[in-house]
Ligand binder design. Structure first.
Ligand code: AMP
Length: 412
């Protein structure tokens, strides 16, 4: 964690160079992509993790006033009445990280996918974190970032690795959403709600949304950079995970879900495709509903997202936060076995039936402890499902937990 002092310095630095840049983002000529060594990984994580854009609770509730105060303090000369303190040596210059080469994707997309929206939809999508709710941020523009390599494509736009031009040059993932496409999919209210929810979440296993801004045609989300990408890709690559690795992910998921539920946020859409990995391999819940995945996604092409639905949703009954416990059970099974427990290649109906009957068949290769977690989570009656606090205390979780897992620094 960054100290208050370093966050204060970072906020001051951001304010000092906060004047909007009028030039278009340029393609940066970065060095050749090199393999990241361990120290670089740690540094990247350090600069990606703290949120420099939100005033801390020790300062005034308005970012503008708190930032201005910090600026005054920074620029004020030392008081002549106080004895001069030994001046500290200047902080070493921040190393410059290779963020890769920008491919001009935002501009390319703008031509084919851009388009204005009007009326209520335009108002709904005028999303700007500098004027929003309890955590207003600095005003941001696309020109405030050095653009780096593409990280991926989602349904509503591309995601790039970027660096803030102002010091201390934070590394972020910048995600673009096209307003016209959001309106065509009729999800403007949902997207607004999800963005507002995520901006207020702060947990080591929940991907941070540092801020957001918009122009006439697009919305940009400033997201924590998940250095190791999609968990789903790892699962596809290895087929399944060891029980140790699965257990550590489930521990982190249970931790994050406990946090979300305490804030009355039900995720409802837990599945490997919505999970990202931080630079140290730690799990990050990375999708709060606005990003329907691109074509090619396994569950879109094969059978939608049925596999993770609990019986109460399949049967059209009311549901509660306990749906996430069921999904955690499905996730545990899929991590260890390599496919979801109720998957049925003969079609939707067969999967529905298997879920409603809790037709669970656990291979003999699964350890008794893991089997116990799975069966206790995959209970038909939502009230009977193992509570998240119990998941975290379960022998299968405790046995595999490493000492520094709670600090989010576990390496896999
Ligand atoms: P999405 O629109 O969320 O589906 O994002 C599209 C792709 O971009 C994902 O599948 C990831 O590969 C990548 N991506 C999205 N967000 C991030 C992030 N915060 N850090 C790293 N990669 C990301």
């Amino acid at each position: 964690m960054a100290s208050i002092n370093s966050v204060t310095r970072q906020i001051a630095a951001l304010e000092i160079s906060s004047k909007p840049n009028t030039t278009r983002p340029t393609t940066t000529n970065h060095q050749k992509k090199s393999s990241q060594d361990a120290s670089k990984i740690k540094l990247l994580n350090k600069y990606a993790a703290p949120n420099p854009f939100v005033p801390t609770h020790t300062k005034s509730s308005s970012s503008v006033s708190s930032v201005a105060t910090v600026k005054q303090q920074v620029s004020r000369p030392p008081s002549p009445t106080k004895p001069q303190q030994k001046s500290k040596p200047a902080a070493p210059a921040q190393p410059s990280f290779d963020i890769g080469k920008y491919d001009g994707g935002f501009e390319l997309d703008q031509e084919s996918r851009g388009g204005k929206v009007y009326g209520d939809a335009a108002k709904e999508l005028a999303l700007d974190s500098s004027v929003s709710g309890p955590h207003p941020t600095r005003e941001w523009h696309l020109t405030d970032f050095d653009m780096g390599r593409p990280l991926g494509k989602g349904k509503f736009g591309r995601v790039y690795m970027v660096r803030t031009k102002v010091e201390p040059h934070f590394i972020l993932a910048l995600k673009c959403l096209y307003k016209k496409e959001i309106v065509e999919s009729r999800v403007e209210k949902q997207i607004r709600r999800e963005i507002e929810i995520q901006q207020n979440l702060r947990h080591p296993h929940v991907l941070r949304l540092y801020g957001y801004f918009h122009d006439e045609q697009r919305i940009f989300l400033m997201l924590e950079f998940a250095g190791k990408g999609e968990l789903y890709k790892q699962l596809t690559k290895y087929g399944r995970f060891s029980e140790k690795r699965s257990s550590r992910y489930i521990d982190q998921m249970a931790d994050a879900l406990g946090y979300l539920h305490a804030k009355h946020v039900i995720h409802r859409d837990i599945k490997p495709e919505n999970l990202l990995l931080g630079i140290n391999g730690e799990l990050k819940i990375g999708d709060f509903g606005w990003s329907v995945h691109a074509p090619g996604n396994r569950r879109t092409t094969l059978c939608g997202t049925l596999d993770y639905l609990p019986p109460e949703m399949v049967e059209g009954r009311d549901h509660s936060e306990k749906v996430d416990l069921w999904a955690l059970g499905v996730l545990t099974y899929e991590f260890i076995v390599g496919n979801p427990p109720f998957e049925d290649m003969s079609g939707y109906n067969a999967t529905y039936k298997r879920i409603a009957k809790v037709d669970l068949r656990i291979p003999n290769t699964v350890s008794p402890e893991a089997r116990d977690v799975i069966t206790r989570l995959l209970q038909y009656d939502p009230e009977k499902r193992l509570a998240l606090s119990e998941v975290r205390k379960h022998p299968w979780i405790v046995k595999h937990r490493s000492k520094d897992s709670l600090s989010g620094l576990t390496s896999y």
